[in-house]
Design a protein around this ligand. Structure first.
Ligand SMILES: *[C@@H]1O[C@H](CO)[C@@H](O)[C@H](O)[C@H]1NC(C)=O
Ligand SMILES: *[C@@H]1O[C@H](CO)[C@@H](O)[C@H](O)[C@H]1NC(C)=O
Length: 398
């Protein structure tokens, strides 16, 4: 199945252009998430207990200029191994068969932030993070991160999807810091999925601006996984046991402080989810860690679905936020984008077949995706997205 791609090497994939039109629509849920009561003493104690489980005793700690605490944790003692399925898990320190990528990784944190051998860098979960994560759930908004398949109130997405057997994918996306209200989120992500809808196994990575989850409006490196379509299993980053961190200098949740400039310098991150025994997360040319295959019942034989694009959440009756940089891609190079997205077939990274790349949008009048031919050289599948509502919607193409 996987070799199918390799038999069609000269195929020129089209570029997927994702127009993202922030018409400031309201697609709110009936009740806003805003009015929460103060937490009780018991809740507070319960929260402290949960925090003591999530945050293992650090070997050393750093504080960043953004107020995050980053801990060095014994690699064998990290929260991941609290998962019942990972009791006897043997830690992998690096993948065995994955290609090393060319190019350098820009430094995301100051040089002095480096954990000693045998330990890994993990962003500490704060009480605020936990309060938010806990309280998002009953509101029906335990994540803005559903796999974009069906329209859902309070959410909008504009993405490209690709049904195909795979063992992961990689993409290059530019980094933005869309303005969002305190209860909104805007993210750009790569999704890998398989399984029946109610047991959908999903791995997801990209960037997000989500004040509810991180108590700040910075753009952050973000992942999410689930094995039941986000109902009860899985979580963002390290909030629950699952993701095994191996890197000593980069942590999930890190602030991506270099932001692209509209019509100026573009700041890209290269992100990949690649299976080699486990499901590895790669940022630029660095392996950050992995989600153990054992957690993903429906992904033993690989995944069958890849998706990439933008996603916004707007639970209350406020104008919805922008995706990406909020600009329409007049020249197809002034907007947010995904470039050179490739599918990992377990041996090679291959470009998707253009005629099977499908743009999917829930609110096309406002967040628009389209496949455009012949923009980028070298046969890369690029996806641009933007927000510039109404005014230029007539330019949309299919
Ligand atoms: C982030 O939040 C601060 C404080 O609430 C606000 O002043 C600033 O404009 C926000 N920035 C963005 C990009 O949303
Ligand atoms: C990208 O934008 C620059 C500046 O706006 C323009 O000169 C150039 O032709 C554009 N390239 C493409 C491929 O549209």
């Amino acid at each position: 199945m996987a070799t199918k791609f390799m038999t069609m090497p000269s195929r020129q994939p089209r570029n997927l252009v994702l127009f993202l039109i922030s018409i400031r629509i309201m697609f709110g849920l009936s009740h806003a998430v805003g009015e929460w009561q103060a937490i009780s003493e018991e809740e507070d104690m319960e929260m402290e207990r949960q925090l003591s489980v999530i945050n293992k005793p650090p070997i050393m700690s750093f504080e960043t200029e953004f107020g995050d605490i980053l801990d060095c944790i014994d690699i064998y003692k990290q929260h991941a191994f609290d998962h019942p399925l990972l009791k006897d898990h043997i830690v992998q320190t690096s993948p065995k068969n994955l290609p090393k990528s060319e190019g350098e990784s820009p430094r995301l944190l100051p040089e002095n932030i480096k954990c000693p051998p045998g330990s890994v860098l993990i962003k500490r979960t704060t009480k605020q993070d936990l309060i938010m994560a806990n309280r998002l759930k009953p509101s029906g908004l335990n994540h803005p991160h559903q796999v974009p398949m069906e329209p859902k109130k309070g959410y909008a997405f504009a993405t490209a999807r690709y049904y195909s057997h795979n063992f992961g994918a990689r993409t290059i996306m530019n980094v933005w810091r869309p303005e969002v209200a305190s209860d909104q989120a805007s993210l750009a992500s790569l999704w890998i999925a398989n399984g029946p809808l109610d047991k959908l196994n999903v791995l997801q990575a990209g960037w997000v601006v989500e004040p509810l989850l991180f108590s700040s409006n910075y753009t952050r490196l973000y992942t999410h996984w689930t094995v039941d379509n986000y109902k009860t299993t899985g979580c963002v980053n390290y909030l629950c046991p699952g993701f095994v961190q191996v890197h000593r200098e980069i942590t999930l949740g890190i602030v991506l402080n270099q932001i692209s400039v509209y019509k100026g310098k573009q700041v890209d991150i290269e992100i990949a989810i690649l299976r080699d025994g486990e499901w590895w997360l790669k940022l630029y040319n660095q392996f950050i860690g992995y989600w153990p295959q054992k957690l993903f019942y429906y992904m033993y034989g690989g995944a069958n679905y890849v998706m990439w694009g933008g996603h916004v959440i707007s639970p209350s009756n406020k104008p919805s936020p922008a995706m990406g940089n909020g600009h329409f891609p007049r020249d197809y190079n002034s907007s947010a984008y995904f470039k050179q997205t490739q599918i990992w077939d377990n041996v090679h990274l291959v470009y998707p077949l253009s005629d099977r790349l499908e743009p999917v949008m829930t609110v096309p009048a406002c967040y628009y995706a389209a496949v455009i031919d012949g923009i980028a050289p070298g046969g890369s599948a690029n996806l641009y997205y933007v927000a510039e509502c109404g005014r230029r919607i007539e330019q949309k193409r299919n």
